[in-house]
Write a protein that binds this ligand. Structure first.
Ligand SMILES: [Zn+2]
Length: 139
């Protein structure tokens, strides 16, 4: 179940437009979101190109949420946010995924809804790599 136009399915250039693949989890992949207005922001993307949480089995759904929790734990341990926000949209992409958005008191958008892509903060390759290592070491 792959969609040729989907960055989560195809990775490579399509994914690189907005994210960096970190690693596979049990039924999903963990991706660093390139726009880093919220330090540590990641995406957990389900392994298959399905649109809805109701389109997978109970076991797969439970495993998906376990992956989300595992990624969130790593984000908490690596970056110490005051809260992690979760968002599952995908109106146009149709590939089940969840945004994990660390929020910091006195930080960007604290107390509000996170923007899909603020397009404000981009890091160097070395800084992305450092962030990825920090996340991986806490998984
Ligand atoms: Zn897909």
């Amino acid at each position: 179940m792959k969609d040729q136009n989907c960055g989560y399915c195809m990775r490579g250039e399509l994914l690189e437009q907005f994210g960096i693949y970190i690693c596979d989890l049990s039924v999903s992949s963990l991706i660093l979101f390139k726009e880093q207005s919220h330090p540590g922001r990641c995406i957990v993307a389900y392994k298959d190109h399905v649109s809805e949480i109701v389109n997978i089995s109970d076991e797969e759904r439970d495993a998906f949420f376990a992956d989300v929790a595992r990624a969130a734990k790593a984000i908490h341990a690596a970056f110490h946010p005051d809260k992690v926000n979760y968002g599952a949209y995908g109106d146009t992409g149709c590939h089940l995924h969840m945004h994990l958005v660390p929020k910091y008191k006195d930080g960007f958008e604290w107390g509000g809804v996170f923007e899909m892509n603020p397009d404000k903060v981009h890091l160097s390759d070395a800084e992305y790599q450092e962030m990825i290592e920090k996340i991986k070491s806490n998984l």
